[in-house]
Design a protein around this ligand. Structure first.
Ligand SMILES: Cc1cc2nc3c(=O)[nH]c(=O)nc-3n(C[C@H](O)[C@H](O)[C@H](O)COP(=O)(O)OP(=O)(O)OC[C@H]3O[C@@H](n4cnc5c(N)ncnc54)[C@H](O)[C@@H]3O)c2cc1C
Length: 394
């Protein structure tokens, strides 16, 4: 028998960054809010983020740092709730932070402080949070949503899908948002693992032997490029440059790596004049980690002294080093992906309120939606901004 349902103004499914931000915003506006999560505690992804220090925003976060089928969708929310707004909240809670690199802000202490801050703000808004209960059913009738969870039921005129994407299932991530969205007639953009290591096939086996070697590179997929560190692993490639480019990479495509981003055109000819007795191997060895220089020169197969190598061959080697082509065999999948590209199509949502155009009262926020940020605090900024926009409309 279904138990008598408790009534609320809004029910939020998912106690991650986006759900908690929507809850605290609506709660502090006087709404009676219930948050339900099947994990035993809220904010689990926040706790493991940024190596335990949570890269909670990026000073430069703007629409250009996000992937979506509609590159304009995130503008409104990001413009209304900015990194400065979140920093002000963090400062009000006395949480010390620092900029690590490229505008990325991290807690000096622990990601736990961010979760504690969000829960404290939820408490100020009298938000009810119920964790550790499986959601058994979600129904809509007469303009109200009824959610059955554990042995309980709740009803409200507003329902928020904030259950994130399927990345890192071992901490409770699921595709529940997509199932629910589909049931209410919302379209999906195919979800794919993103910010994820790429695997290399047998053709690039030589590079897998470089496991542990890192170097600053420019990684390219199509017109997109990132200059950051790349790391060879026993399965393929990782490191920030590769994670970033993985979000843009599609199966069957190649990626290009510039192994020597600072070299001017003609630098190998110059090296030939300056050090005619040197070989390609030793010239590369002076610029790149030794094992990488070894692997690259083995592949270039230009033996002997530079003096004996034709300029044309040096020019070709230079071009290859600047755009070394890899054809990844795949990715390490949702098990290792920091985020999911794709998700609930933005075409069915209002960019102001995150409400479904055709299902009044239904909202979707955070990673569940087809908005995906780069590595570097952008995904949390989207969680905060979309959660805030939704919370203001509940
Ligand atoms: C290892 C790692 C490190 C990261 N580091 C950073 C970082 O430093 N900076 C950054 O910006 N981004 C980072 N990210 C990405 C960031 O964590 C996410 O983009 C962000 O947490 C998304 O917030 P969300 O609230 O939309 O979803 P989530 O945080 O995933 O929250 C969804 C919630 O819904 C719950 N849920 C899921 N399915 C169900 C269900 N069926 N029933 C009930 N509840 C359910 C989950 O338990 C979870 O609590 C990282 C991600 C990972 C995996």
């Amino acid at each position: 028998m279904t138990p008598a349902a408790e009534t609320f103004d809004a029910i939020i499914l998912g106690a991650g960054g986006a759900g908690l931000m929507a809850a605290l915003t609506a709660g502090q506006r006087g709404r009676r809010v219930l948050v339900i999560d099947h994990a035993e505690a809220p904010g689990k992804k926040i706790l493991i983020s940024g190596g335990g220090r949570c890269n909670f925003t990026n000073l430069g976060a703007g629409p250009g740092n996000y992937l979506s089928a509609n590159p304009h969708f995130m503008k409104s929310a990001l413009g209304r709730y900015t990194p400065a707004d979140f920093i002000a909240l963090v400062d009000r809670h006395g949480i010390a932070w620092h900029e690590k690199t490229l505008g990325q802000l991290f807690c000096d202490g622990s990601a736990r402080q961010i979760v504690a801050m969000l829960l404290d703000e939820c408490a100020k808004g009298d938000v009810t949070i119920r964790c550790g209960e499986a959601i058994r059913g979600v129904d809509r009738a007469d303009g109200r949503f009824t959610v059955t969870y554990g042995a309980q039921a709740a009803t409200a005129p507003k329902l928020v899908i904030a259950t994130g994407g399927p990345s890192i299932p071992k901490i409770g991530a699921t595709g529940f948002a997509y199932e629910l969205a589909k049931r209410f007639g919302l379209r999906l953009i195919e979800p794919r693992p993103a910010l994820v290591p790429l695997t290399l096939g047998p053709d690039d086996a030589l590079f897998r032997d470089l496991s542990g070697v890192a170097a600053e590179v420019v990684a390219r997929a199509g017109k997109t490029a990132f200059r950051e560190a790349a790391l060879f692993t026993h399965r393929g490639m990782s490191g920030p440059a590769i994670l970033q480019i993985s979000s843009y990479w599609r199966h069957g495509e190649s990626i290009g790596i510039d192994f020597l981003p600072d070299r001017p055109a003609g630098w190998l000819r110059d090296a030939k004049r300056a050090r005619p007795r040197a070989g390609v191997r030793s010239v590369l060895g002076a610029l790149r980690p030794d094992r990488l220089a070894e692997a690259l020169s083995e592949r270039l197969a230009l033996g002997g002294e530079l003096a004996n190598l034709p300029d044309k061959a040096l020019d070709a080697a230079e071009r290859r080093l600047a755009d070394w082509r890899f054809s990844p065999s795949g990715t390490e999948g949702f098990a290792k992906a920091e985020v999911t590209v794709g998700g609930i199509a933005t075409a069915g949502l209002s960019s102001q309120t995150m409400e479904a155009r055709d299902v009044p009262g239904l909202h979707a926020i955070g990673e569940a939606v087809d908005v995906t940020g780069w590595l570097g605090g952008y995904n949390f900024q989207w969680a905060w901004a979309s959660g805030w926009a939704c919370g203001m409309a509940l």
